[in-house]
Design a protein around this ligand. Structure first.
Ligand SMILES: [Zn+2]
Length: 531
């Protein structure tokens, strides 16, 4: 050892290298943003020392699937993530990149998110967005994908048709610009408009551009229930056609009649992998998903156009009757049970947290009419949690060594968020803690080193980050120190605004970002652009 004085020294911890090796006792010395020594550093001193005796010292967790696009600008403390030991987040998932939003009417939803956080559009492209994140400073490292839906909206608005050759070329050009500005790949959200209007040809043509830049293709499948297998096949076809690495986002089987399909989707991944396709997956460990109520409960055609168009669609008696019939068939065929759908965000604060069945009863109407009336008001964003997955499927997916942990969350500050009209999915506060508490400590479904690998080196591999996601000399000093006996998810569906506990210290780019249950306000995170 030539260096005997470090900026930061973590002593006495049980080190998890992130690669899945057994834990070993070592000190870690940090200078600047890097780990410069690892081993017995007992003769050394440091400007700052943290005693990690009895604690696990792991690479900072990498959350490959988030929607913190607004948070990174206006909730830059990222407290809900830091409290779980997350040090890097990938935003721009599911086809939606805030960095690609413009002042055009098609981006009304994005602008509503921004305005809800007290912000406004101050950029015109992804380059400007990333510069804004950098200028404001963020507690975590941030990377972004280029969302296909956002690219499509920039070029062809909400047009419900294939692109012309000129439009496709323009989308490719927009994507190339985003990649040039540092986007790490392409994401799609084929269950949402306008992503749902794209076919394999369009997606492949764009994925080829991302492949040329060394990026990957992350996809929220076209259908995660009745057409789950067909949708996985489509994603694989795009990856094979474009020669690009594939990331299957928040993998799951929705709706009871589709439970067990994860066996066949994982077998499809095996088969494609055997043909040479590079496929990895991510997952959040809950049996409920949460999204727009209109996506959960209405036929896809009803969601065409801008969010504002839904109320207009539902005011047409004929269309409303057609939607009502479709909802009835969904219900009678076992596709949905209204008591498994609980409102999460709603302009009527008193509705939040109640099931559709309860609310319909309180309002003296049929559940279908309750939903059509509520969405027909057009008064704002309505989202719901749908308890539609099985614990058996969740465990089946988690048992696969190709599955990393991705929260699908929006980072929050529990003290700055009004809990009245908005009940986020507890995944925002609990995903990583829940894995370590529930699936490692209580159920022993994963060993601790393996769970840490799924949160660190596995996502780093997908992201092409060779110097993150592991603890080694020369790697970036993104480090999480936690107690494996105490780590606990405290957020629930009923009371989600609760930070996880048990993470004792978090280091981001060499600086302590979280200490003793509190953020240090260091905002030392970096914007991680594709190189
Ligand atoms: Zn998604």
């Amino acid at each position: 050892v030539t260096i005997t004085r470090f900026d930061l020294l973590l002593t006495g911890g049980h080190v998890a290298d992130g690669l899945g090796s057994s834990l070993f006792r070592a000190d870690i010395g940090v200078v600047g943003e890097k780990i410069v020594a690892l081993g017995d550093l007992s003769p050394c001193t440091a400007t700052e020392t943290f005693d990690a005796t009895g604690l696990v010292v792991a690479p900072g967790f990498i959350d490959i699937h988030t929607h913190s696009d607004v948070s990174v600008l206006y909730t830059p403390g990222m407290e809900s993530s830091l409290a779980q030991g997350v040090t890097s987040e990938v935003v721009g998932n599911c086809g939606i990149s805030l960095g690609l939003a413009t002042s055009a009417p098609e981006f009304s939803l994005e602008r509503r998110w921004l305005e809800g956080a007290g912000g406004k559009l101050s950029w015109t492209n992804l380059k400007g967005f990333l510069a804004e994140v950098e200028a404001r400073g963020c507690a975590l490292n941030i990377a972004t994908l280029a969302g296909h839906g956002s690219l499509r909206k920039r070029v062809m608005g909400m047009a419900q048709r294939p692109p012309s050759q000129t439009e496709l070329t323009a989308m490719q050009h927009e994507l190339a610009n985003a990649l040039e500005a540092g986007a790490i790949g392409l994401s799609s959200g084929l269950e949402y408009v306008p992503g749902s209007y794209a076919d394999v040809g369009e997606l492949t043509a764009l994925a080829k551009i991302a492949a040329q830049a060394g990026g990957f293709y992350a996809t929220h499948l076209r259908d995660e229930g009745d057409l789950l297998e067909e949708s996985v096949a489509e994603a694989i076809a795009v990856a094979e056609g474009a020669g690009i690495a594939l990331q299957l986002s928040h993998h799951k089987a929705e709706r009871r009649r589709n439970w067990g399909k994860t066996l066949s989707t994982l077998a499809m991944v095996d088969a494609a992998q055997a043909r040479g396709v590079d496929i990895l997956l991510d997952q959040y460990p809950y049996t409920a998903y949460q999204t727009s109520l209109a996506v959960i409960a209405l036929p896809p055609w009803a969601n065409a156009g801008n969010p504002e168009d839904l109320a207009v669609t539902l005011s047409d008696p004929e269309l409303r009757a057609r939607a009502r019939t479709w909802m009835g068939e969904l219900e009678s065929s076992g596709g949905i049970s209204w008591d498994a759908v609980e409102l999460a965000s709603c302009p009527h604060a008193s509705y939040v947290g109640k099931s559709i069945t309860t609310l319909a009863k309180e309002n003296g109407c049929d559940p279908r009419d309750f939903i059509l009336n509520l969405l027909g008001e057009g008064s704002g964003w309505v989202s719901a949690a749908h308890f539609a997955m099985s614990e058996v499927d969740v465990a089946q997916i988690l048992s696969d060594p190709r599955v990393m942990i991705g929260s699908d969350s929006v980072a929050m500050n529990p003290h700055a968020t009004s809990a009245d009209a908005h009940r986020p999915h507890p995944r925002s506060y609990g995903t990583f803690a829940r894995i370590l508490e529930h699936y490692v400590r209580d159920k022993s479904l994963l060993s601790l080193p393996e769970a840490i690998r799924r949160m660190t080196s596995l996502p780093a591999r997908r992201l092409g980050w060779s110097d993150r996601g592991r603890l080694a000399v020369g790697a970036f000093a993104d480090i999480t120190v936690f107690s494996p006996e105490d780590i606990q998810e405290r957020a629930t569906f009923i009371a989600p605004h609760a930070l996880a506990t048990g993470v004792r210290a978090v280091v981001v780019a060499g600086q302590l970002a979280w200490l003793d249950g509190q953020p240090t306000q260091g905002h030392s995170g970096k914007v991680l652009r594709a190189s």
